[in-house]
Design a protein around this ligand. Sequence first.
Ligand SMILES: Nc1ncnc2c1ncn2[C@@H]1O[C@H](COP(=O)(O)OP(=O)(O)O)[C@@H](O)[C@H]1O
Ligand SMILES: [Mg+2]
Length: 379
Amino acid sequence: MPLKNVFQIMSSNVDSVGVRKSAQEHIKTLGYRFIARLGEGTFSKVYLTEYTHKDASTSEKLACKLIDTAACSPKFKKKFLPRELAILLRIRHPHIIRVQAMMKCHSKIFIFMRYAEMGDLLTFILAHGPIGENQTRIWGRHMALALQYLHELGIAHRDLKCENILITSNFNVKLSDFGFARHIMKDGAAELSSTYCGSFDYAAPEILKGQPYDARASDMWAYGVLLYVMLNKSMPFKGRTKVVYEAQMDRKWQFRSRVRHKLSSQVKLLVGNLLEPNPIIRYTVEETLAYGWYTENPKMRALRPDELHALTEARGCTTDSRDVLQVKSKLRVSGSDVITTIKAVDETDGGRHGSSLSVKTSTIELIQDASSDVIADRK
Ligand SMILES: Nc1ncnc2c1ncn2[C@@H]1O[C@H](COP(=O)(O)OP(=O)(O)O)[C@@H](O)[C@H]1O
Ligand SMILES: [Mg+2]
């Protein structure tokens, strides 16, 4: 179906919990039907929906992330949400979940995206066990390409973990959940982050220590944990913050005995270079992708045309936080009760992606500028 990134305002009487009938009815008039709940996070619920095209000739299943701004913390609403929306409008990559539409219905924001039929990677590993080295290489490379694309755009994900990696029916992985992502470039240089965010299990030592950190380097730590989890079906570090921090700094972790003998020394070295306590010498995404474990197979060295296209676009248009400011200014303007579609640059899949914001008109109220960057989490 044609790609549409749209913001819409709909008149509706909805409360702060779930999708009430009134909201569903409004969504229904646009061709969306809610079928079942897929997942739940701190401020969101994710539903399986079905979208029927206007001419009713075809329909497709989509996932819908529903965020109720009335039930969110003010900091989430002012700071993380505008970032998430601005970044989702900007990015387009074969290994990142594709957003099809965004709408607002009073306090609720609906993000419609590609439905990943096989669910998230954590659920998959819990059901099927460790992934095995060959499959980890394939999925790990796709995730590294997604990270490379983001880092080229000057964006750090900051919440890389198995729950945020989705698997399609073709067994392709897609990075998702940009709730903690942010632009890190300012005046051509990377800004350090000072917000403690992401999941404790995937947090780099510099984050646990509470130091300002380079979010790209801490993404790479989380990526190392991710590879470890895929190969071991367990976490490399366990315990309280102090215990974990000391184990991270002393490199006190090991592959589980049941997989250790099966794994190549190359993959073990790669994970070791990612779980490097010093962020300055930790492997970057470029070093990771150039590493022998990924490049020894000539097929894995070459980029597919769609991967190359996305990377080339990213290299041509490093972004910065002005994107978020633009979205915030659009979010601040009051809307009317009339259904309004604010379009989108990319009406079709052949359109131009990733180099300009898709929102054209101001639409969403309630959201104001963030002030401080120092908060503990999204709450
Ligand atoms: N596109 C999707 N297809 C299938 N399941 C999804 C999709 N998006 C999210 N989910 C499920 O919902 C969960 C929460 O979604 P996520 O976007 O990570 O929200 P949160 O920011 O609340 O963590 C995911 O871990 C996954 O299990
Ligand atoms: Mg999530």
